[in-house]
Design a protein around this ligand. Structure first.
Ligand code: NG6
Ligand code: CA
Length: 518
């Protein structure tokens, strides 16, 4: 009997040992997979919290982005650092609060690069860990060191802050130069037709949106009345470079193909792709395939176009057999705006759509809609689908992705929240300072405190409440997501608590704004 028992235990033991070995092998594979997946950041421009059907939109259907949201972690408290583009992109790539760099504000197309080439960036950090790195799409973080000659290699730029490959527009679709650059060189430039750019003075004899409205196919509403390119008046003056000028209606397809080609060309090393799409920023120029498809005018149409691009891009990852080895982060650089300077029916044809969802404000605003944006992480087979209410900011990707790839190279303001991004934890940030056109406010727990700011309560041109008020504002976002009940007076303790954290986090603000990053 005892002999049988021994044999039985021996068999049991060998099964257990076998299973453990098997698990270890599996564990190792997972670990290998977890260590260096491809990483793609898909970043939209001015897409609002309520602009996706997965975030509550009922008048627009965005099935491809929704598939990421339902198959990954959909964040309800995901923030861009700022309510405009340049600072948000600065924070995303450097992991630093943009209000620590006074140059991190909406830049003209001629602005110098605002990221120090010695600074850690998401791209540099990943490159050091063996990644191939690429930018496709909008840059808007400045180029060169002062005066840019667009007819020579423009440097420093994305390549100098960590991107091995960079295919981009310099600033925004509404700003000159209206050309694509590849690794610092304007693509398709004819040497006999050099490019000249000036943001102050026009070139002699050149029509402008202001003087020649008859030449405009899209009319400007405010700003945007300088050089006319493809019937669209822009910000800034441009001369020459005719052959190199982009075609607005093809822009989405153009960037998509570049992103797809990049993915297909990557074989041996893991890659990091920052795919910075231009929609739904102005001028909204949907490809004819999407014109009229939303019933909401060009703004709705380009959101559908962007969703289609995301779907096509994901298909490429699938076809290449790498979808389950690719971590995708989807987000937007700031909240929504309807009329941002052109007459394009965004207001007139809005219907029942609410680009900001239930949130107050929009682009440029310290109210929630300025910075709270769609934020999704997706990694097929690794991230368990779910909805997370954790407080996260795009600035935290640097420390978190560093952890993922096995380094702690990061920046002081970026919080390591890898488990939160992977949906394994809901312990997000405790606090976050948000920024809107150099003004700042503090989110802490469920609360937000907006200090008093001078200036108009509303920007009438864009019809957005900015968050300025004579007195402190304090809102409990859990109970009052639309920021209607200012509790600053009735809850002075909470106000003081947030003010203390705010002051500590910002340090001496006036000092900080004067500080130049070396
Ligand atoms: C503003 C532009 C706006 C947009 C914005 C930048 C005017 C009147 N308004 O100055 O149209 O280009 O800058 O947007 O020119 S962002 O998303 O890149 O920050
Ligand atoms: Ca933007």
């Amino acid at each position: 009997m005892l002999r049988y028992a021994h044999a039985f235990i021996a068999i049991l033991l060998s099964i257990v040992i076998g299973l453990t070995a098997c698990n270890n092998k599996q564990g190792k594979q997972n670990k290998q997979k977890a260590k260096s997946p491809n990483i793609v950041v898909i970043y939209l421009d001015d897409l609002g919290y309520g602009d996706l059907s997965s975030y509550g939109a009922t008048e627009l259907q965005t099935p491809n982005i929704d598939a990421l949201a339902s198959g990954g972690v959909k964040f309800t408290n995901g923030y861009a650092s700022s309510a405009t583009c340049t600072p948000s992109r600065y924070a995303l790539l450097t992991g630093f609060y943009p209000w620590k760099n006074k140059q991190a504000k909406i830049l003209p197309g001629t602005a110098p690069l605002i990221i120090d080439t010695a600074q850690v960036t998401l791209a540099k950090m990943l490159k050091k860990q063996g990644y191939q790195t690429a930018l496709v799409g909008k840059w808007h973080l400045g180029l060169g060191t002062g005066h840019v000659d667009w007819n020579k290699t423009v440097s420093p730029g994305p390549n100098e802050v960590g991107f091995d490959y960079a295919y981009y527009m310099a600033a925004t679709q509404d700003r000159v130069p209206t050309v694509y650059l590849k690794d610092g060189l304007v693509e398709g430039l004819d040497a006999n037709d050099p490019i000249e750019i000036d943001y102050k003075n026009n070139f002699e004899g050149q029509p402008t949106g202001k003087d020649n409205p008859e030449l405009c196919e899209m009319m400007w509403h405010h700003g945007h009345n300088s050089t006319i390119v493809n019937g669209v008046p822009r910000i800034g003056y441009m001369k020459g470079g005719e052959a190199a000028k982009w075609n607005d209606i093809d822009m989405a397809d153009h960037f998509l193909v570049k992103a797809q080609e990049y993915v297909k060309s990557q074989k041996d090393k893991p890659f990091f792709l920052y795919y910075a799409m231009q929609q739904p920023h102005v001028p909204r120029t949907p490809h004819p395939r999407f014109v009229g498809k939303s019933g909401m005018g060009p703004r709705g149409d380009v959101i559908l176009e962007a969703d289609w691009c995301v779907g096509e891009f994901i298909k490429t990852l699938e076809e290449e057999g790498i979808l389950d080895n690719t971590l995708i982060v989807f987000s937007s650089d700031n909240g929504p705006v309807l009329n941002d300077g052109y007459y394009d029916d965004a207001v007139e044809k809005l219907g029942n759509h609410t680009p900001a969802g239930q949130l107050r404000g929009g682009k440029y605003s310290l109210f929630e809609a300025g910075t709270r944006v769609p934020f999704i992480t997706y990694w097929k087979g690794t991230i368990q689908p779910g909805i997370s209410d954790a407080l996260v900011c795009q600035m935290d990707l640097l420390a978190s992705l560093a952890k993922l790839v096995g380094t702690n190279e990061s920046s002081t303001d970026s919080e390591e929240l890898l488990d939160v991004f992977l949906g394994k934890s809901t312990n997000g940030r405790e606090s976050l300072v948000i920024e809107a056109t150099t003004r700042t406010a503090l989110r802490h727990g469920d609360w937000i405190m907006i200090p008093p700011y001078k200036g108009p309560a509303k920007n009438k041109l864009v019809n957005i409440e900015l968050g300025n008020a004579q007195n402190f504002q304090l809102y409990n976002l859990k109970e009052d997501i639309g920021q209607q009940n200012n509790l600053a007076k009735s809850n002075p303790e909470k106000l003081q608590e947030l003010l203390d954290i705010f002051n500590t986090t910002r340090g001496d603000y006036s000092q900080i704004t004067k500080m130049e990053l070396k």
